[in-house]
Design a binder for this molecule. Structure first.
Ligand SMILES: Cc1cc2nc3c(=O)[nH]c(=O)nc-3n(C[C@H](O)[C@H](O)[C@H](O)COP(=O)(O)OP(=O)(O)OC[C@H]3O[C@@H](n4cnc5c(N)ncnc54)[C@H](O)[C@@H]3O)c2cc1C
Length: 382
């Protein structure tokens, strides 16, 4: 059989997992290539603990160059266009053609959607988290506001997790009584995607810690000095630190390819994650997989599971065996309540009859397993 070319765009959670699974299914006659603009990928799930100094800045990344050891080619390049008719991808390092394409380019941030947000703080990427970490070392009193503008955003628990970690950290520093912590969200309640029970538990956990929660209040503007924010419900607040969750959007290169058919995210077959074009898959944050009244959350665990499934499907198609079981929409994320305790939240999002979800109690053993997960991720084991 002539060797096939599997091209994976994006070396995040989903892309890496699809490449690893396809590699394990295919013999060396077939080529698997991952392209990413960055050589080092960072685990955003560590950011909430990173900003309070509970994780080391030099221990949040993994080098995609190490994929070579697993028989996967890595090209560091900016992806400039995707042409599914010609079956080729143009990058800053040349043009690549393919037989099977996996689009795993994640969600991009639209910093212009909320005027002023770009100059304020955030914890939604590694560099911003480091900047916020530096700022937090200097704070002794005042008010910290975490503010989201519009769903969907990556890791729906992240704003609440971050607020609870800030509460715990401020308590340890002895400044909690002098520090207000508020979370503003556009949704009518926290974590609606995980169901009513989980939403109520998060609401109670915030209340118990004296963290203000303001719902149906997406941030619409931040002042140039980053000290005042306006919200969609007409309210405003001043604060010492305003950290926003950026508006998420389809990466421009994917929008330009036409594969999303002018939809906000790439529509896919929910069982195979295949787009409307045969043997072109879209996985993780870049796609939309409807699940009940919401869709599968934009989280690494789902991106990785979708990557596994697509790697398996590509392997079976090339090896001419039957397609595997359809993608099941199962996934659990950690939701840390402090530096010591974590819960898990997730479930079966594509269950017959609608998503079945659960938020567990936070425990020290789940924090230990979160730490193991972080270590395994850095070693390409998850
Ligand atoms: C604060 C925070 C906390 C989080 N916590 C968790 C958690 O606890 N658990 C969890 O499961 N998820 C968590 N997430 C979400 C998780 O990080 C994302 O959902 C996940 O990374 C999505 O994986 P992906 O493969 O779809 O995309 P990504 O991991 O975003 O990968 C996309 C890749 O594409 C590359 N790329 C994009 N455009 C181009 C281009 N034009 N050219 C070349 N390369 C390009 C990028 O460099 C990137 O490496 C968190 C996110 C944040 C921000």
């Amino acid at each position: 059989m002539a060797g096939k070319k599997v091209l994976v765009l994006g070396g995040g959670f989903g892309g890496v997992q699809s490449a690893i699974n396809a590699r394990s299914a295919l013999d060396s006659a077939h080529e698997i290539t991952v392209i990413d603009k960055d050589r080092v990928s960072h685990l955003c799930g560590m950011n909430p603990l990173l900003i309070v100094g509970e994780r080391e800045t030099n221990k949040t990344g993994r080098s995609l160059g190490r994929l070579t050891n697993r028989g996967i080619k890595f090209i560091q390049a900016n992806i400039e266009s995707i042409d599914t008719d010609a079956q080729e991808v143009i990058t800053s390092s040349g043009t690549f053609n393919y037989d099977y394409l996996v689009i795993a380019l994640g969600a991009a941030y639209d910093w212009d959607a909320v005027p002023g947000a770009k100059g304020a703080y955030s914890f939604y990427d590694f560099n911003q988290a480091r900047r916020l970490r530096r700022r937090l070392t200097r704070i002794k009193r005042g008010k910290i506001v975490l503010a989201a503008s519009k769903p969907p955003y990556k890791c729906p628990p992240a704003p609440f997790e971050t607020a609870m970690i800030l509460h715990w950290w401020a308590g340890h520093k002895g400044i909690r009584k002098d520090l207000e912590i508020s979370v503003y969200i556009p949704e009518p309640g926290p974590l609606g995607v995980a169901g009513k029970d989980a939403s109520m538990k998060v609401r109670n956990a915030l209340e118990k810690r004296g963290i203000e929660l303001v719902t149906s209040a997406g941030v619409t503007e931040v002042s140039i000095d980053g000290r005042e924010a306006n919200f969609s419900n007409g309210s405003f607040t001043t604060a010492d630190v305003i950290a926003t969750v950026p508006v998420h959007k389809l990466p421009d290169v994917v929008a330009m390819s036409g594969i999303a058919k002018d939809k906000p995210w790439v529509p896919v077959n929910s069982g195979t994650l295949e787009t409307s074009i045969s043997n072109v898959f879209a996985i993780g944050d870049v796609n939309v997989v409807p699940a009940g009244e919401f869709s599968i959350p934009k989280a690494g665990v789902f991106a990785a599971a979708q990557g596994s499934k697509v790697g398996e499907i590509i392997g079976k198609r090339i090896n001419k065996s039957e397609d595997p079981e359809p993608y099941d929409g199962v996934g659990f994320c950690y939701l840390a309540y402090s530096g010591n305790r974590s819960a898990t939240v997730g479930g079966e999002f594509l269950a017959n009859g609608g998503p079945v979800t659960i938020l567990s109690e936070p425990t020290t053993s789940k924090m230990k397993s979160k730490v193991r997960f972080e270590k395994n991720w850095r070693n390409f084991k998850v």
